[in-house]
Design a binder for this molecule. Structure first.
Ligand code: SAH
Length: 252
């Protein structure tokens, strides 16, 4: 059996209870060493074999899993944050399907949630934005042209940009071309929930300069939108004394 497990954003106590249990039981762990906090590996048992997938190809990862399966062992494939975002899990699962190897998925706390936690931020403020766009600039992995930053910027919804820390001047340019003003609030969160986390409030126009001044070149998320710094927003209806909900009668 193979468990794809979300390691969470960094802090070792932000893995799920289920994910931790899988780590404790695993005979083999293959972890994404570029981003997973190695402290999580301390949950493993002494006899567990550990591989760092940052130094491996897809074929090597599959080969390790196949050997473990042949020996009747349980493997944890540990991905950063939640595996469903930029996790490259599908290509692994498709090969496991071909080989008849069983697997399941255990969610994790994505770094975009870790970053919101670091900033005590609500991405969905009534009247400001009720949507979160999760995207990236293209790197070696292309982004479909219909999903350009400019086209998303036109929505003025909250935007969280992954995998783009080295391209912030271009990101700003595209955000402004798409309709954001240079003074739209933005934030950069570096290594959210890690001990060396940095969180910086800036604007769309100062993203690149802010990262440069703080020596941030990778492992960061950019958060764009008025929710970062909103002074005025509508109160929620859910907790409004004047509204009846399924669980509570209006008091006035
Ligand atoms: N599956 C992961 C994302 C993997 S892509 C998740 O759900 O978070 C890798 C990118 O995620 C990094 O380039 C960075 O943009 C972001 N990232 C991962 N961990 C982070 C953290 N602790 N703080 C800020 N950004 C992080």
């Amino acid at each position: 059996m193979v468990h794809f497990v979300g390691a969470g954003p960094g802090a070792p106590d932000l893995i799920t209870v289920r994910g931790k249990q899988y780590l404790e039981e695993a005979d083999v762990i293959i972890y994404a060493g570029s981003l997973v906090n190695p402290k999580l590996l301390e949950y493993s048992k002494d006899v567990c074999t550990i591989h760092n997938s940052a130094k491996m190809t897809l074929e090597e990862v599959i080969s390790v899993i196949e050997h473990a399966e042949a020996a009747g062992k349980t493997t944890v494939r540990l991905h950063t944050g939640d595996p469903c975002l930029y996790g490259a899990i599908r290509e692994q699962m498709d090969i496991l399907d071909e080989k008849g190897i069983a697997y399941d998925s255990c969610p994790g706390v994505s770094s975009f949630c870790g970053a919101a936690g670091a900033l005590n931020l609500e991405y969905t403020l009534p009247d400001i934005s009720q949507s979160v766009i999760i995207t990236r600039m293209e790197g070696r992995t292309p982004v479909p042209s219909k999903e350009s930053i400019q086209s998303f910027a036109a929505h003025q919804a909250t935007m969280v940009v992954f995998l783009s820390t080295g391209m912030l001047e271009e990101l700003s340019r595209r955000l402004i071309e798409g309709g954001y003003t240079a003074d739209t609030p933005a934030a950069i969160v570096y290594k959210a929930t890690w001990e060396d986390e940095k969180k910086l409030i800036c604007t769309v126009g100062t993203l690149a300069q802010t990262a440069k001044e703080n020596n941030i070149t990778k492992t960061a998320l950019m958060i764009i939108g008025d929710v970062v710094n909103a002074a005025h927003y509508e109160r929620s209806k859910l907790y409004d004394p004047g509204f009846t909900t399924e669980f509570r009668k209006a008091s006035r």
